[in-house]
Design a protein around this ligand. Structure first.
Ligand code: SAM
Length: 376
């Protein structure tokens, strides 16, 4: 199955066009379900479940909120389809024991939180997170251009990439380091999700513009977005962390230049100005050596990179960079292929590229990699 969703937040309408989110009083819901557990016949339990399903269907609706958002003053934000499906399962039970088992499971999902320890996804309500991608092929038809995400920077990545990574690999208030910050896509998304972020960017103008964009994003969770101008191979990372009162981060995002495909500046320290592929990989290795030691053990590193053609040959930059990471203490957890529709560089040139591909026996790039590693 491929996912084409914008982000984690469940869509506001279900397949039947009804609002998916319902607010319920948590106490009330828990009380009712607990009472039902005392029902001494299957018929009575089903009748009560039927009444509850009707109330949930009629309940007040709200703007979709992330399922991990804290319940406010005893109210709980429920995915309408999720809870109605759970209630339907109880109603389909053939024995009282089975129905009670499902009712208890639903109750647990409402009052308890079970996570894997590195994110806030409540595994007891895992069916609600249908926008968290767990497949290795990502088809994202368009970038998220909402809020401060304005796509003006040539060579930026879609916000959905840091979004997915932060939701899977961090908890609220964790720290994320993006060492090739560019226009600040990670920091904007981090601010939305309540993650503290540090961004390192070589080009001072680009860093300053990123600061403006990040500040344009409302800071609902009051998190830090620290922008550092400098070379990620030589920046004193421990000083940056200490200034922020931390000594480790929980996620590192690296979206380096794809060697010389886009020249980001004329600065010799810029990876896009490496004289050769070998030098590019050596510089990328220096970034890894300088930046990744601050990643907490067993936490995640994400490298976003594409391949390139040179001299009629496919250069597997992504795999070369992957090998650089694997020379260090990391386990490879995923190679995700993400579609890559239209870059500013290739806009209006599709037909020309198709002709060239047919004539020259090559393929037009339609993907890049999101590689996920875990620190040993
Ligand atoms: C592919 S872009 C990253 C784009 C970013 N993900 C975004 O969404 O805007 C790579 C960035 O790395 C920066 N860069 C190149 N070499 C660097 C270095 N040695 N240290 C820090 N930043 C560097 C470039 O200026 C460029 O902005």
């Amino acid at each position: 199955m491929t996912h084409t969703h914008r982000n984690l937040t469940p869509q506001s309408k279900d397949a039947d066009g009804r609002p998916r989110k319902a607010i319920a009083s948590q106490v009330h819901l828990v009380e009712r379900l607990t009472q039902f557990l005392c029902d001494d016949s299957l018929e009575l339990l089903k009748q009560h479940i039927d009444e509850l399903a009707k109330d949930i269907t009629a309940a007040q609706t709200e703007e979709p909120a992330p399922p991990e958002a804290p319940a406010d003053e005893g109210t709980i934000s429920l995915d309408r389809s999720y809870i109605l499906a759970e209630l339907a399962q109880i109603q389909e039970s053939r024995t009282l024991e089975r129905a009670v088992y499902y009712a208890k499971r639903l109750l647990r999902g409402i009052v308890e939180v079970k996570t894997n320890g590195i994110n806030d996804i409540n595994l007891l309500r895992w069916k609600e997170y249908d926008e968290v991608i767990s497949d290795s092929l990502w088809v994202i038809p368009r970038r998220d251009n909402s809020g401060a995400h304005i796509a003006e920077y040539w060579g930026n990545y879609v916000p959905q990439i840091p979004h997915q990574m932060m939701v899977r690999y961090t908890k609220r208030n964790d720290w994320v380091l993006d060492a090739f910050m560019g226009s600040g896509t990670t920091l904007i998304e981090g601010r939305r999700l309540g993650r503290n972020c540090i961004g390192i960017e070589l080009n001072p103008q680009v860093a300053a513009r990123a600061g403006e964009l990040v500040n344009a994003e409302p800071n609902r969770y009051n998190t830090v977005a620290d922008i550092v101008t400098g070379d990620n191979r030589t920046a004193i990372v421990q000083d940056i962390l200490h200034k922020n009162g931390i000594d480790r981060v929980q996620l590192v995002m690296l979206h380096p230049p794809y060697y010389d495909i886009i020249k980001f500046s004329s600065d010799a320290r810029d990876l896009s100005n490496a004289a050769t592929l070998e030098q590019f990989l050596a510089m990328f290795g220096e970034t890894l050596d300088n930046v990744t030691p601050c990643l907490e053990k067993r936490r995640y590193l994400c490298v976003v990179i594409g391949d390139k053609y040179a001299g009629g040959e496919w250069i597997p930059l992504g795999f070369y960079c992957m090998n650089e990471v694997l020379k260090r203490p990391f386990q490879l957890k995923a190679i995700i292929a993400k579609n890559f529709e239209e870059t500013r560089g290739k806009r209006n040139q599709q037909e020309l590229w198709r002709y060239r591909a047919l004539a020259g026996g090559f393929y037009v790039y339609k993907h890049e990699y999101v590689m996920v590693f875990r620190a040993r």
